[in-house]
Design a protein around this ligand. Structure first.
Ligand SMILES: Nc1ncnc2c1ncn2[C@@H]1O[C@H](COP(=O)(O)OP(=O)(O)OP(=O)(O)O)[C@@H](O)[C@H]1O
Length: 526
């Protein structure tokens, strides 16, 4: 009777112990189940697990996918684990993989230990156990526990360890997946930043263009290429293109990208200076050189020393001065008007013209030797009608620029206006487009531009018969054309309703052209 009571008591005690074991396994598994990084894993190993298993070191190792090598995934006594690869068949890892039960090592006896075990031996650990964790899809994991005193690892500890083995495998997998996920997110963020930086550049390029020159058409890309290639050299550049195509902008860009960009570029408009003053304007004069020369004057070339001089409308330079300019370009020295000594100069020359200098040479209005001197590095600018793809970009650019200045919030152009803008011939090119956009902002009644008065004369101009065109000189055509526009504008030259806007010219330039062509008020006023 007494014997059976004893047995029952033992059984009850065992049952209680098992129940406690199960409770412990459950609490360890719960703690492990939510872990997604090594820091939290370390907390559980160093706390709950160490308290219960009494180990001195805890090493989790993990094989690669093809199961030829393995690495240390986590080590309690060493936070700075390296990513060294160990051979899978090193007599430790593979032994545990192949064993259904826990493997017990005697570190002192086995001398062929891998170095992480050798190190532990040096730390005074004499025994270790290895247990292969249940296999999940992916890596194979082995857990090693090391002890200074092997007796602390009991059969009970072994049972508990086996109870948590599956959860340990899952936790290792969770940590690896979470790390991969974070790496991928970080990589995506970098890629997103790179692409948004690139997009930002594109947006900025679309908005502000190349050195303030707007337009992405192939024709303009070629221009940007030419500018970039010549800017850093000291070469003379000749920019040619119709009026309003952006020749001055190109000259600015070359100067800004040049080695002398910190010095101011000096601009001279050869068409706007009276003939008798051009020489003194360019080369300066000495006091008393001519009537009215009461002071010595430094000319534009000297002002541009160690910098750039931009000679706009070079085709308008009088023949006599063309020879003097040629000498300056060849000898790199100037002589002030009324002076008798030569002054060395170091100036880069950029010239621009809207005339065909070849034709001017053929018609003997421009010296061929000067033409060849200037034409060292020609940059042709396309007319706006030859790069229709840029019209919308430019239109939006000017819309933003002027609506802000005028203080009107305009969102954009109606589809119909965009189509008309693209179809228009724009003989005054970008300047004309800019003026038209500015004018339509002033007159806009809504926040979208729905009206733009395109000068019909320009559209019908292309219909002008070829024979008529061929029998007239360019000057005659120009004169006729300007007269037509002024008449259409009821004799107004300047202002938003004036002819200069429709012609895409500054009103001062139109006035000087009219003077040159002999257009007088009586020609257009009834
Ligand atoms: N590609 C462009 N991007 C932005 N603005 C431009 C562009 N081309 C021209 N413009 C603008 O058009 C106007 C005329 O440009 P610019 O004076 O450079 O032309 P140009 O060819 O020198 O004309 P002209 O032969 O009549 O002197 C300026 O207000 C300029 O800012």
């Amino acid at each position: 009777m007494e014997e059976s009571t004893d047995k029952t008591a033992i059984l009850m005690k065992r049952l209680q112990e098992r129940e406690q074991e199960q409770m412990l396994i459950l609490s360890i598994c719960t703690a492990l189940s939510s872990i997604l990084n090594k820091e939290d894993f370390n907390d559980v190993v160093n706390g709950l697990l160490k308290d219960n298993f009494q180990f001195d070191d805890f090493i989790l190792t993990s094989s690669n996918k093809d199961e030829t090598e393995y690495q240390i995934f986590y080590q309690l006594s060493n936070k700075n684990i390296d990513s060294k690869n160990y051979l899978l068949n090193d007599g430790f890892f593979n032994l545990c993989l192949d064993s259904a039960d826990t493997v017990i090592f005697d570190l002192i006896q086995d001398q062929k230990n891998p170095d992480y075990i050798q190190n532990n031996l040096k730390k005074g650990f004499k025994n270790g156990i290895g247990i292969c964790l249940p296999n999940l899809k992916g890596n194979r994991n082995v857990l090693f526990l090391f002890f200074k005193n092997a007796k602390t690892f009991t059969r009970e500890s072994n049972r508990i360890l086996r109870g948590i083995a599956m959860q340990l495998s899952i936790t290792v997998r969770n940590i690896i997946l979470a790390q991969e996920y974070e790496n991928n997110i970080a990589e995506l963020k970098i890629l997103k930043n790179i692409s948004s930086e690139n997009n930002q550049h594109l947006v900025e390029f679309e908005k502000e263009g190349f050195q303030g020159i707007v337009g992405n058409s192939d024709a303009m890309q070629e221009v940007y290429e030419l500018i970039s290639q010549v800017a850093s050299s000291n070469s003379t550049v000749l920019i040619f293109g119709e009026t309003g195509t952006g020749k001055e902008l190109v000259a600015n860009a070359i100067h800004h990208l040049s080695q002398v960009s910190k010095n101011r570029m000096v601009k001279v408009n050869c068409a706007s200076i009276p003939e008798n003053l051009i020489e003194s304007e360019l080369f300066g004069h000495e006091k008393g050189a001519f009537t009215g020369a009461t002071e010595q004057r430094i000319g534009k070339f000297e002002q541009a020393e160690n910098s750039t001089i931009f000679l706009d409308e070079i085709g308008e330079l009088p023949l006599e001065l063309q020879g003097k300019l040629l000498r300056v370009l060849q000898e790199k020295e100037i002589e002030r008007v009324g002076g008798n000594k030569s002054i060395k100069i170091n100036v880069r020359v950029i010239a621009a013209t809207n005339k065909s200098l070849q034709r001017e040479v053929a018609e003997e209005r421009f010296r061929s030797d000067l033409y060849y001197r200037l034409n060292v590095y020609p940059i042709p600018l396309p007319a706006l009608r030859e790069r229709k793809g840029d019209i919308e970009v430019l239109g939006n650019f000017f819309l933003e620029k002027h609506s802000e200045r005028i203080g009107k919030k305009i969102k954009g152009f109606s589809k119909k206006i965009l189509n008309s803008m693209t179809a228009n011939a724009w003989p005054g090119n970008v300047r004309e487009l800019e003026n038209m956009v500015e004018r339509s902002i002033l007159f806009a009644k809504e926040d979208v531009i729905k009206e733009m008065t395109f000068p019909e004369i320009f559209l019908s101009e292309s219909e002008t018969s070829k024979t008529e065109f061929q029998t007239k000189t360019l000057q005659e055509v120009e004169k006729e054309h300007i007269l037509k526009v002024i008449k259409k504008c009821n004799g107004r030259i300047s202002g938003p309703q004036g002819a200069a806007v429709l012609l895409g010219l500054p009103s001062t330039t139109l006035a000087s052209r009219m003077q040159k062509l002999g257009i007088k008020k009586e020609h257009f006023l009834d």
